[in-house]
Design a protein around this ligand. Structure first.
Ligand code: KG4
Ligand code: ZN
Length: 321
C-alpha cells in the first residue's frame, strides 16, 4: 500500500491506497476553525498546526485501515504547489518515515492529485479524459491521455473559482471558507435575481473571475437591501455558468466526452448537478476526493516515479512547480 501525506494548505491529510486504487483509509484534520477568525489561511499557523497533528493523523489512518507501517511499501507526499512552510512539514515527515524504513518516496504535484482523483475507487475513469479542476488556488481545464501527466488546455487569468467564492462570501459578510457558505445560502435564493457577468476571455479555454467579484461589490453597494440568498444564488450561477461553458467548449474542441471534476469547488452542489447532466461518461467524485485529501496524492503516485532510498534525502518542497 502507498501511504500518502498532504499538507499543502490548511488541511492535514494522510491516506492509505492500494496499487489498484482502492482507498483503505482517508483522514483529513481540517484547520478551518483555526483560520476562520482571520478570514483566510494564516500560513504560519497552518505550518505549526500540521506539525502538531500530522503524527496522529498518520496513526489514525493506519488504525482505520487495520494496518501498520509494515504494510506500507511506498510513501507519497505533496511536494507543491502550496504554502512553503506547510509543504515542508509534510515533506520532512514523509522523508523521515520513508528513510527510517528504507522505503521509496514519491514526490507528487498537488494538481496531479486533483486531476487523477477520479481514477480512484471502484469505478475509475479511464484515459483519455478531460478534467476541470477548480480549487481555492487554481482553476484549469486539462486533458489526460496518459495518467502520469496532464496537458493544461486553459486556465484562469486572474482569480481561481474558489477564490471568487471566498471573496464573494466576504463581500456578503459570510464566513470563511466562503464556497460552502454561498452554496448553502444559494439554495434559498433566486439565481436570476441579479445579472452578473460570465466572462470568457480570449478565444481559447481561459477563465476570468475578477470582473465578477467587482460586479458583486457594486451590486452590494447599490442594493443595500438586496436579499442575501438571491445575491448568493445569482453569484454562484455566474461562476458555475462560466465553468460549465468552458467545459462544454473543451468537450467539443477535443472530441472527448469522458469528463472528470476535481478541486474544492467540485464540492459545489450546483456545479456537480450541471456537470453530471453533461452526459453518461462524466465522473463527479465524492466530495471528500474533491476537496484537499491525501488519497488523491497516494493515487497519483501510482502513475509517477518513486525515488529509491536515499535519493530523496535532499528532496525539497516547492511553493510553485
Ligand atoms: O481543493 P481545495 O480544498 O484547496 C485548494 O487546493 O485550494 O479547495 C478549496 C476551495 C475554497 O476556495 C472553498 O471555498 C472552495 O474550495 N469550496 C467550495 C465548496 N466547498 C469548498 N466552493 C463552492 N462550493 C462548495 N460547496
Ligand atoms: Zn487542492
Amino acid at each position: 500500500m502507498i501511504l500518502g501525506i498532504e499538507t499543502s494548505c490548511d488541511d492535514t491529510c494522510a491516506a492509505l491506497v492500494t496499487r489498484d486504487g482502492s482507498i483503505r483509509a482517508n483522514v483529513v484534520a481540517s484547520q478551518g476553525l483555526l483560520h476562520e477568525r482571520y478570514g483566510g489561511v494564516v500560513p504560519e499557523i497552518a505550518s505549526r498546526q500540521h506539525l502538531e497533528v500530522l503524527d496522529s493523523v498518520v496513526d489514525d489512518t493506519l488504525e482505520r485501515a487495520g494496518a501498520t507501517l509494515d504494510d506500507v511499501d511506498e510513501v507519497a507526499v505533496t511536494r507543491g504547489p502550496g504554502l512553503i512552510g506547510a509543504l515542508l512539514v509534510g515533506v520532512s515527515a514523509a522523508k523521515a518515515l520513508a528513510a527510517a524504513r528504507r522505503l521509496p518516496l514519491a514526490p507528487v504535484d498537488h494538481l496531479h492529485g486533483h486531476v487523477t482523483a477520479s481514477m480512484l475507487g471502484d469505478d475509475p475513469i479511464e484515459v483519455p479524459y478531460l478534467v476541470l479542476v477548480a480549487s481555492g488556488g487554481h482553476t484549469f481545464l486539462a486533458r489526460v491521455d496518459d495518467p502520469s501527466e496532464y496537458r493544461v488546455l486553459g486556465e484562469t487569468l486572474d482569480d481561481a473559482a474558489g477564490e471568487a467564492f471566498d471573496k464573494g462570501a466576504r463581500l456578503l459578510g459570510l464566513g470563511y471558507p466562503g464556497g460552502p457558505e454561498i452554496d448553502r445560502l444559494a439554495r434559498d435564493g433566486d439565481p436570476t435575481a441579479f445579472d452578473f457577468p460570465r466572462s470568457q476571455p480570449g478565444d481559447g479555454l481561459a477563465f476570468s473571475f475578477s470582473g465578477l467579484k467587482t460586479s458583486l461589490l457594486y451590486t452590494v453597494r447599490d442594493h443595500p437591501d438586496a436579499d442575501q440568498a438571491d445575491l448568493a444564488a445569482s453569484y454562484q450561477r455566474a461562476i458555475v455558468d462560466a465553468l460549465v461553458a468552458r467545459l462544454e467548449q473543451a468537450v467539443e474542441r477535443e472530441g472527448l466526452d469522458r469528463v472528470a471534476l476535481g478541486g474544492g469547488v467540485a464540492a459545489n452542489r450546483e456545479l456537480r448537478e450541471r456537470v453530471s447532466a453533461l452526459g453518461p461518461r462524466v465522473r463527479v467524485p465524492p466530495i471528500e476526493l474533491c476537496t484537499d485529501n491525501a488519497a488523491m496524492i497516494a493515487g497519483a503516485a501510482r502513475f509517477g516515479r518513486a525515488l529509491p532510498y536515499p535519493e530523496y534525502l535532499d528532496l525539497d518542497a516547492a511553493a510553485r512547480l
